[in-house]
Design a protein around this ligand. Structure first.
Ligand SMILES: *[C@@H]1O[C@H](CO)[C@@H](O)[C@H](O)[C@H]1NC(C)=O
Ligand SMILES: *[C@@H]1O[C@H](CO)[C@@H](O)[C@H](O)[C@H]1NC(C)=O
Ligand SMILES: [Zn+2]
Length: 510
């Protein structure tokens, strides 16, 4: 067997979701054995292959016509390591040795996520940082650090407004899109198009009652300069678009008090702008959109979209939404900017439901893989990162290939002679009340239940975010700009440089 053959075989083994278009479901499980790893040549060949792939690839310095920015909300580095094992075991590997689709990207970096006011970020201030290039205060979107959370006057003063990648791409004549598994008005997607002193002001009913005259986020998506120019918006959150007097497709009433039906307004607005718009609310209709439409609003749930593990036939997956968005946006000969959020990794972590968090991370990895199959990587920059970490830890020392969602090797109980789980949280709802100052015996629990709340040390109704750096993965033109350790607000500046958009330095305008 030639060196090349051994190497490519090794790479298939270490990369179950790589760019070859090999689908996860069709991959033939390898025997789960450590036979190869016990051979020193296995490691030498694998490392040489990695080295070869790095030294032989020239830096790409052409313009990125298209950009796809993937964001795993709350996707900490620990989450990535645990998801590899979760996904790998599912496909018949030991798990630890595999890579998620984007972990094969040639350049990685670390981003510092703290906000102007708090040491640990929330999705609003960090969204503002990585989408507009300006760090902000917690709870605020699209506003500078001069505006405190809840300061409506500060929001109304337009000198405090900041815009970024969406705006810059639109001004450069590119198409733009947002895909998310949360409400499309939730903090992360809102940071792409809105200016709100409080991330909670998603609909008019969310505004404080004492006469504050600030525009809610859903309204800004339909009427705002940047919001109304977005060509593709796919996600959840229908309730924020309907009045309390109207039911949506699933029979849920809207929550708006101002009587407005924003979906109707969106369609009229798009038509007046000369677009060919389409509104859809289920997977079937999404998949049947053809190229006669160049503008799509898809709202697939009244609230957040369901977790992938709980989704039904009619719910599109993140991959399906991403594919359709790319198809529609690719019609523009000037290129596009697409923002894709795996938003439920974060909500699962807050509930310490680690199984759901890992599964949602696997879904994001699949969406990246789906995108890689559709785009030309020679002119498309793909960046994958997270907004902040969480408090989940990955403890030793289990045997290789052990269920990541189970207990560690019970040969090594803790000092109280009770077992402990591989994954646990520093805080959150998984705190199990102590009886007689003894720790709860986890062997009594059903850890296979997808709603199982993993143990936490400190009792809190919602587990908190974590403050350490998150990873950034990049592939395509100028992806080497994303290596190193930098502030989170550097990311959109580097994307703008690569794609020749925005007011700063670009590769077209030195
Ligand atoms: C670890 O704790 C479990 C639960 O109490 C017990 O069944 C098991 O025997 C213990 N293992 C050892 C090696 O003591
Ligand atoms: C998990 O919890 C959700 C609600 O949060 C519930 O709808 C679902 O039935 C639960 N699933 C299981 C398997 O317990
Ligand atoms: Zn969160």
């Amino acid at each position: 067997m030639s060196l090349f053959n051994i190497c490519s075989w090794t790479c298939v083994l270490v990369c179950i979701a790589c760019t070859s278009g090999r689908s996860l479901t069709s991959s033939k499980p390898q025997p789960r054995s450590l036979l190869d790893e016990k051979n020193k040549d296995h490691w030498r060949i694998q490392a040489q292959w990695t080295l070869r792939s790095k030294v032989s690839v020239p830096l790409k310095t052409n313009v990125a016509k298209n950009v796809i920015f993937f964001l795993g909300d709350g996707m900490s580095i620990t989450t990535l390591a645990a998801t590899r094992v979760y996904l790998g075991r599912k496909h018949g590997y030991l798990g630890e040795e595999v890579k998620l689709s984007f972990e094969t990207f040639p350049f990685t970096g670390l981003s510092k996520t703290y906000c102007v006011d708090n040491n640990v970020a929330d999705s609003a201030c960090s969204g503002t940082a990585y989408l507009t290039g300006v760090k902000a205060n917690s709870g605020t979107v699209g506003l500078s650090g001069a505006v405190r959370r809840g300061d409506c006057e500060g929001q109304r003063d337009t000198t405090n407004s900041v815009t970024g990648l969406m705006d810059w791409a639109q001004q450069a004549g590119k198409s733009t899109g947002i895909v998310t598994t949360t409400r499309v008005t939730h903090a992360t997607p809102a940071a792409a198009y809105a200016h709100s002193a409080d991330r909670k002001w998603e609909a008019d009913v969310d505004m404080p009652r004492h006469g504050l005259r600030c525009e809610d986020i859903a309204s800004q998506l339909v009427r705002g300069r940047v919001g109304s120019s977005i060509d593709v918006v796919l996600g959840g959150g229908r309730k924020n678009f309907y009045p309390t007097t109207e039911k949506d497709a699933q029979g849920y009433f809207g929550i708006r008090n101002d009587g407005r039906n924003l979906i109707r307004e969106w369609l009229l607005r798009k038509e007046s702008l000369g677009a060919r718009p389409k509104y859809v609310y289920n997977k079937h209709d999404l998949q049947n959109i053809d190229s006669t439409y160049n503008s799509v609003l898809g709202l697939f749930s009244s609230d957040h979209m369901p977790y992938h593990l709980e989704a039904e036939e009619d719910d599109p997956t993140l991959s399906e939404m991403t594919q359709k968005a790319i198809e529609i946006l690719s019609q523009n000969k000037n290129g596009y900017f697409l923002f894709v959020e795996g938003g439920r990794i974060d909500t699962a972590h807050h509930e310490t439901k680690a199984r759901k968090a890992l599964d949602e991370t696997a879904e994001l990895a699949k969406a990246v893989e789906a995108a890689l199959r559709l785009v030309n990587i020679e002119n498309t920059l793909i960046v994958v990162t997270s907004d902040h970490s969480h408090t989940m830890t990955y403890s030793g020392y289990s045997k290789r290939g052990t269920d990541i969602l189970g207990l560690t090797n019970t040969k090594y109980n803790a000092s109280d002679n009770l077992p402990y789980s591989t994954l646990s949280y520093a805080n959150g709802p998984g705190f199990k009340p102590h009886e007689d100052f003894k720790r709860h015996n986890l062997m009594l629990d059903d850890m296979n239940n997808l709603n199982y709340t993993y143990p936490s040390l400190v009792p809190l109704p919602r587990e908190t975010h974590g403050g350490e750096d998150v990873a950034v993965f990049a592939k395509g033109p100028w992806s080497h700009l994303f290596s190193g350790n930098y502030e989170q607000n550097y990311i959109p500046h580097a994307i703008a440089y690569a794609s020749c958009i925005g007011p700063g330095l670009t590769t077209c305008k030195l």
